[in-house]
Design a protein around this ligand. Structure first.
Ligand code: TMP
Length: 391
């Protein structure tokens, strides 16, 4: 479908001394003809993606903190309202969701291999097992804690390449009436927003209701609900149960029909997407070269994983964008993988007083615009999805 060339592991921010050893792979996606699952052609070993120096912090924005507190409260009021409930989160990161569950005194366990991040979760009172979730880990959890009423994942289920082990693990651990709920980037959003920068090594799968339904059936589950989540530009939350346990909500049929109508498993749709992505690259490079030649200054705003994809695919280095600012302390002082743009703290943005800001963290635009009103009055924002715009 789309080849984004040689790319690094997107959240493997690195020091200058480590450039020579940097891991690279071919970032390209394709679709399975039988189940329509869109996925990476080449995947990066999980130990390279999630390690002790993993830099992503799920609590990095007020929007995320509010969202996950709301998700936790909803689960507490519904699926976790019975006697002595138990919830397991796959990839709990810094505890942004489980913190609310822990404070409510409900039995819980986060499973996450990135120790530096899970330390933050522990500080918030969250129980964590440092491991990759899979069938044998699930057996161990069940033996120690019993079956789970809820297995939850947010921006983690699509990260797991080994779907067999993941779904067998869910089968082992989930109680007979339990739910497996996960919210993940949506292929429909990636295509409608031209959000090609959502494609990076951590996102192994790009779900649709149709491909998730096929996945569920293959492992003895049923897709019973879908809902929209506002994070990362617009995601879908999927709910799976064991077959026949709940009547599927009308939203499932509606989303499946919408996907058929939009051609989300149709090669023509992907060809159009690939053409539009190539145009974004050409337009963005032309603009940045123009600005440099005219002596204008450009600073990158935010260094999410997406930054690696867009800068490496377009060939944007420090000669066009001398640095990016990001509020995550763990990223500051390091370089964006592959393109090696230095990451500095947000104060550097004010000090540099640039003419233009290239908005890499575009999914946080509202929060950032509210914070950067002074810049907006004199400087200009550059956006590149769904197309290149200055304003
Ligand atoms: P995310 O889209 O994967 O959550 O990553 C967003 C990144 O943007 C994260 O590294 C934090 C950063 N960020 C800022 O630097 N300033 C901000 O105001 C916000 C909201 C995020």
């Amino acid at each position: 479908m789309l080849d984004l060339g040689r790319q690094p592991s997107a959240n493997r921010f690195l020091a200058r001394a480590d450039i020579a050893r940097e891991f690279m792979f071919r970032l390209a996606i394709g679709m399975c003809h039988s189940c329509t699952m869109v996925q990476l052609i080449e995947d990066v070993p999980e130990e390279i993606r999630y390690h002790d120096g993993y830099r992503y912090r799920a609590s990095g924005s007020a929007t995320h903190r509010r969202h996950f507190a709301r998700v936790a409260r909803e689960l507490l009021a519904t699926e976790l309202a019975g006697p002595n409930p138990f919830i397991v989160e796959i990839g709990c990161n810094d505890g942004v969701m489980l913190e609310t569950i822990a404070r409510a005194g409900v039995r819980h366990l986060g499973v996450d291999p990135a120790k530096e991040v899970t330390e933050l979760a522990r500080e918030r009172g969250v129980n964590v097992l440092d491991a990759f979730f899979g069938d044998s880990v699930a057996e161990g959890i069940r033996a120690e804690h019993g079956s789970a009423d809820v297995i939850f994942g947010a921006n983690t289920v699509c990260h797991i390449a080994y779907q067999d082990s993941l779904l067998r693990g869910v089968d082992t651990l989930l109680g007979p009436d339990g739910v497996f709920v996960f919210e993940e980037p949506y292929l429909g959003t990636v295509i409608s927003q031209m959000a090609f920068d959502q494609i990076y090594d951590e996102h192994v799968y790009y779900f649709t209701a149709r491909s998730v339904q096929q996945m569920a059936q293959r492992y003895g589950f049923e897709l019973v609900d879908v809902g929209r989540s506002p994070l990362h530009g617009g995601e879908i939350r999927y709910t799976l149960t064991r077959p026949g346990r709940r009547r599927p909500s009308p939203a499932v049929g509606e989303l499946l029909a919408d996907e058929r109508h939009r051609g989300l498993a149709d090669p023509v749709t992907f060809q159009r997407f690939a053409d539009a992505v190539a145009k974004i690259r050409d337009d963005l490079l032309t603009l940045l070269r123009d600005l440099r030649d005219r002596g204008s200054t450009v600073v990158g705003y935010g260094a999410p994983g997406k930054t690696a994809t867009v800068t490496n695919y377009c060939g944007i280095g420090p000669e066009l964008v001398p640095f990016v600012v990001d509020s995550t302390p763990a990223k500051q002082g390091l370089l964006v993988p592959g393109s090696h743009l230095p990451v500095r703290p947000p104060q550097a943005f004010t000090t540099a007083n640039p003419d233009y800001a290239l908005l890499f963290a575009w999914n946080h635009a509202d929060e950032i615009m509210a914070k950067e009103q002074a810049f907006s009055r004199r400087g200009k924002w550059i956006r590149y999805v769904p197309d290149v715009r200055v304003g």
